[in-house]
Design a protein around this ligand. Structure first.
Ligand SMILES: *Cc1c(COP(=O)(O)O)cnc(C)c1O
Length: 361
């Protein structure tokens, strides 16, 4: 297998052993003689798989199944932008605007009801995380985006909401950085960045909150209680995707859990940021505050767009490094280094960056 060095922001690289286990299960799931694509979601074998995946998720997050439910839903993280306010925005909700994904979440909330944008970094092109935010005392919830995939910023310290339920879009740093997950009432993440393929969204939700505060009139499929009551088996779930998430969670556990994975993630990120800071007359990091720099998506600029294009092209031609182009809305270079991106890839990349600097500066 000739693996490309893939720095894609998502769908992103998965561990090879996860791909191998999946290719086996596509032919024969757990010696049932049935493919994971063919097996009934009501079979005892699949039931065991989905239950184990839910348990593993909570175990890795350090949460109790008495308090939280794990749901595997369709519609991407983008559908959660709507589902969250549909269920929980009864009077008003607070949102922090830290980028394009936050804005999309805000747009859906505004469609549902009163939405307060209590802080924003838009005036500085989303290059920092707002601090010292004043929340609305009787807001139904506060919504944040923990990692801003496009701009390379990340919340390292979770804000104190003074008891207001906290909801987070963790799509691009879920299980890549240790957090006190019990501080959140609802966490959602499209799987395709850190924990699986596109097509399944993981929702970890406080059951009591959903029971007591959720809108009972929300449409059936968009009502969290529907999925909580049915252990995420109200309708046919994305079975293959859940298998891949299961395998990725086991891989995380084998590495030593989130803390161990995080230590490697930190090394990868620091390798890049240290190089940029040491060569700051050629490599420009838009995120100045070190605390706010993402350890998942590292964004950087060269002196001209032409040099950036040259760097991206040479990385591909010489080293088979792909997907280094920044998001179309901001340009530049973006290196996505999620959990499954090996340390050696980043070492190789930094070596190439050194060479490129020597020749082009
Ligand atoms: C990728 C991403 C999304 C969109 O996820 P979909 O599953 O494509 O809807 C939302 N939020 C963040 C932070 C992302 O990185």
């Amino acid at each position: 297998m000739n693996r490309a060095i893939n720095f894609s922001p998502g769908p992103a690289v998965l561990p090879v052993e996860v791909l191998e286990a999946t290719s086996k299960a596509v032919l024969d799931f757990n010696n049932t003689g049935i493919s994971i694509m063919e097996i009934s979601h009501r079979s005892k074998e699949f039931d065991a798989l989905i239950k184990e995946t839910q348990q593993l998720t909570l175990q890795i997050m350090g949460l109790s199944p008495d308090e939280y439910s794990v749901l595997f839903l369709g519609g991407g993280a983008s559908l959660q932008f709507l589902m969250v306010p549909m269920n929980f925005l009864r009077n008003q909700a607070d949102y922090v605007n830290t980028g394009a994904w936050s804005k999309k979440a805000i747009k859906e909330a505004q469609w549902v009801g009163k939405t307060n944008v209590v802080a924003s970094s838009e005036e500085a092109k989303f290059t920092y995380i707002p601090k010292d935010i004043k929340f609305t005392p009787d807001a139904d919830y506060v919504h944040i985006t923990t990692n801003n995939t496009i701009y390379g910023t990340e919340w390292k310290t979770i804000p104190d909401t003074g008891g207001i339920p906290l909801v987070a879009d963790m799509s691009s740093d879920f299980l890549g950085i240790p957090r006190d997950f019990s501080k959140f009432h609802l966490i959602y993440a499209g799987a395709q960045k850190n924990v699986g393929p596109a097509g399944v969204t993981i929702v970890v939700i406080n059951k009591k909150w959903a029971e007591e505060k959720g809108n009972p009139n929300a449409p059936t499929m968009l009502n969290y209680m529907t999925h909580i009551k049915n252990d995420s088996l109200f309708n046919t779930p994305p079975c293959v995707n859940i298998f891949v998430v299961n395998q990725t969670l086991k891989w995380i556990q084998k590495q030593g859990g989130v803390e161990a994975v995080y230590q490697t993630n930190l090394k990868k990120a620091n390798m890049l940021y240290d190089f940029f800071d040491a060569n700051s007359d050629f490599w420009f990091t838009p995120v100045k505050n070190k605390e706010d720099r993402s350890i998942m998506n590292v964004v950087v600029n060269l002196p001209t767009p032409e040099l950036e294009a040259k760097f991206i092209e040479e990385a591909k031609k010489k080293h088979n490094m792909t997907n280094l182009k920044g998001h179309r809305s901001v340009g530049g270079i973006r290196v996505s280094i999620y959990n499954a991106c090996p340390l050696e890839w980043v070492e190789k990349l930094v070596k190439f960056m050194e060479e490129f600097t020597k020749v082009n500066k």
